[in-house]
Design a protein around this ligand. Structure first.
Ligand code: NAI
Ligand SMILES: NCC(=O)COP(=O)(O)O
Length: 328
């Protein structure tokens, strides 16, 4: 089996993404890394860090060597200053994501690793964008689930980037069923969990307190769970979210399904910010991202922790190798 070829998108050029990619490039690895980025931005980041960086053609076999990245040039039209967003460079971030993902869809790359993207500057540039998860799903025409995880916890989300006010309307039987099916099959296919045991959170305080604090648990969540359990799913809930993450309660579960972004992710980030990653389940290729944002306050200082990007690349390479082996 050949080693995986991973596409790497640093994300917002004024954020910590470029310097983290330069640090990632230094690591010994058994896969190629091909960056979709502006060469000058990467070289500047390397110079600031005092690290060597050799940029080679995308198909050069040297792109698996420490200190080296393959490059597909996606230029930022305006000079990049770390920590300073520029709407003029926003379209190049989206182009890099689309191009790298197209390469994955066409089989030229075996997985996609992404750094942090600044959602507001993309929107300020007039480009509709709620997140990379949503962008990749639309491009691949498939349903996906955002799951963040580290070695001790996986949290998947029924809804992602939408105003809190819109969440209850988005908690539909369809959305819950889709999420549970995608999580179950991704854990089986990519993580070797034959029959995932999944904790499903309620939406309301105390999971609705028997209908006295909201009825979504009774009217929407529980009926879907009962149907899927009838098919052989191993589900528990709807559970009160405030206690579901207690270590004793979590024992034995392979994943927690949360109803919305800030119900699940604060716990995940609190318990492992530096080592967690963001995985898009349901795409035809593996995509793994950092769990953190653009950290504009740290950009250019060299103080940003690269651990999440290292973990993202390592997991993406593992998932890609697993898929290559299963199709060989
Ligand atoms: N994967 C992605 O593309 C993500 C993008 N974002 C975007 O990032 C932007 C900024 O979001 P914030 O809420 O400020 O979150 P943030 O993660 O950028 O920053 C929150 C805090 O964590 C620190 N931090 C972040 N990454 C770090 C690292 N690698 N090492 C050390 N400290 C680190 C920052 O310095 C800051 O104090 C927003 O536009 C948001 O949408 C947020 C989360 C994930
Ligand atoms: N909260 C996760 C996040 O903001 C990054 O998600 P995505 O843009 O990588 O889908």
């Amino acid at each position: 089996m050949r080693p995986p070829r991973l596409a790497l998108v640093p994300g917002e050029p004024a954020g910590v993404g470029p310097e983290l990619c330069v640090r990632l490039a230094q690591q010994p690895r058994a896969h190629s890394l091909i960056a979709f980025a502006d060469a000058l931005v990467l070289r500047d980041a390397a110079a600031r860090l005092g690290l060597a960086l050799d940029l080679v053609e995308a198909d050069d076999p040297a792109s698996d060597r420490p200190g080296t990245l393959g490059l597909v040039a996606i230029d930022a039209p305006r000079p990049v200053q770390p920590g300073r967003l520029d709407v003029a460079n926003a379209a190049s971030v989206i182009d890099a994501l689309h191009e790298a993902a197209r390469g994955c869809l066409e089989g030229r790359f075996d997985g996609l690793v992404t750094g942090p993207v600044h959602k507001a500057v993309i929107n300020d540039a007039g480009i509709a964008y709620t997140g990379t998860t949503e962008l990749l799903a639309a491009q691949a025409h498939c349903d996906v689930v955002m799951m963040l995880g580290h070695d001790a916890l996986r949290v998947a989300l029924v809804t992602t980037h939408l105003p809190l006010r819109a969440v209850p309307d988005a908690i539909t039987a369809d959305a819950i069923e889709r999420t549970l099916r995608i999580v179950g099959s991704a854990l089986r296919r990519d993580f070797g969990v034959a029959r995932a045991r999944i904790a499903v959170l309620g939406l309301n305080p105390h999971a609705g307190e028997d209908g006295h604090m909201g009825r979504e648990e009774i009217d929407v969540i529980a009926p879907v769970m009962a149907r899927l359990c009838g098919e052989g799913f191993d589900l528990a809930g709807p559970l009160p979210a405030d206690t579901a993450f207690l270590p004793a309660k979590l024992e034995g579960f392979d994943a927690v399904v949360a109803m919305y972004h800030d119900q699940g992710l604060p716990v995940l980030k609190y318990s492992g910010f530096e080592r967690a990653v963001n995985i898009t389940l349901g795409l035809p290729y593996p995509r793994v991202a950092v769990d953190h944002g653009t950290a504009l306050d740290l950009a250019g200082t060299g103080r940003a922790d690269p651990s999440s990007l290292f973990a993202a690349a390592a997991l993406c390479a593992k998932l890609a190798a697993h898929r290559l082996a299963s199709t060989a």
